[in-house]
Design a protein around this ligand. Structure first.
Ligand SMILES: Nc1nc2c(ncn2[C@@H]2O[C@H](COP(=O)(O)OP(=O)(O)OP(=O)(O)O)[C@@H](O)[C@H]2O)c(=O)[nH]1
Ligand SMILES: [Mg+2]
Length: 248
């Protein structure tokens, strides 16, 4: 399964953008499982309409080593959905058994309209990595990401962008520049231009995450990347079961 990771400094707008990415991906038929790295992420996810069945929040104790924990967290999140689905199936079965008995006793049927439908199994992971206070140097997110979305607030100090070893910017597949609505035009302009100079070949997209402005362009880049031949090759190789070589 493809892992899309959203990284960036504290309060940059990661959760808000992630909510928009979720919306964009589901509109295209994907079903992401969202993983946040701290309780502060949950509210923006819910506000963006992500169903709680597809939200997993990591506890603060374990959020530091996100990459190490990721396999376990992802497995658990899938298990949670599968177990819920099983419970729903059991409840439906139990109800139909009960109705058989009631029918014999001529008691009439019970209709349980509030039984939920089983949830579609996720086909993508959408992760928010822990906020980075002072720069873009942590390796955390990149280690697990197939597609890395790095979020930079438009008002960031340009010296931070010019530092060496900004791994999360260097490795980003998409750079989203947030909060352009509340940043002075001159500052936002000069930071976007600086990013363009440093990262000539990367998509750099100024957005208002909270209003969903230009977030569709971020989603488009992600979807393009998911259809990237190298990604498709990796995916096919990863999912393929080894077939025995036929004897001659
Ligand atoms: N004006 C404006 N506000 C934004 C934008 N993006 C996010 N916000 C607001 O900024 C605040 C922080 O947004 P979050 O999405 O929670 O940021 P985050 O990077 O996930 O924060 P942490 O997980 O705590 O590191 C919220 O109040 C958002 O509504 C934007 O583009 N413009
Ligand atoms: Mg967040």
């Amino acid at each position: 399964m493809q892992k899309i990771v959203v990284v960036g400094r504290n309060d940059a707008g990661k959760s808000t953008l992630l909510g928009e990415i979720y919306r964009g991906l589901t509109a295209k038929g994907y079903q992401p499982m969202v993983i946040g790295s701290g309780i502060q992420d949950e509210k923006p996810f819910l506000e963006k309409g992500i169903p709680s069945a597809y939200i997993t929040i990591e506890t603060p104790e374990t959020r530091r080593d996100l990459a190490d924990n990721m396999e376990r967290v992802m497995r658990n999140s899938l298990n949670k959905i599968e177990e819920n689905n099983k419970l729903i199936q059991h409840a439906k079965h139990a109800l139909s058994e009960l109705n058989k008995v009631r029918s014999v006793l001529e008691l009439g049927q019970i209709f349980q309209n509030d039984l939920p439908y089983p949830s579609k199994l996720p086909d993508t992971f959408l992760l928010e990595a822990v906020g980075i206070g002072d720069g873009y140097k942590s390796l955390d997110g990149k280690q697990v990401a197939d597609i890395l979305v790095t979020v930079v607030p438009a008002g960031i100090k340009s010296e931070l962008l010019m530092e060496n070893d900004n791994i999360l910017l260097d490795k980003a597949d998409v750079i989203a520049v947030t909060k352009i609505d509340v940043t002075s035009k001159t500052v936002a302009n000069s930071n976007v231009k600086l990013l363009q100079r440093i990262y000539r070949n990367k998509p750099i997209i100024p957005i208002v995450a909270s209003e969903g402005i230009h977030t569709d362009l971020v989603v488009k880049e992600i979807i393009n990347k998911m259809g990237d031949p190298v990604e498709l090759l990796n995916k096919a190789t990863y999912n393929r079961k080894a077939k025995p070589i036929p004897a001659h």
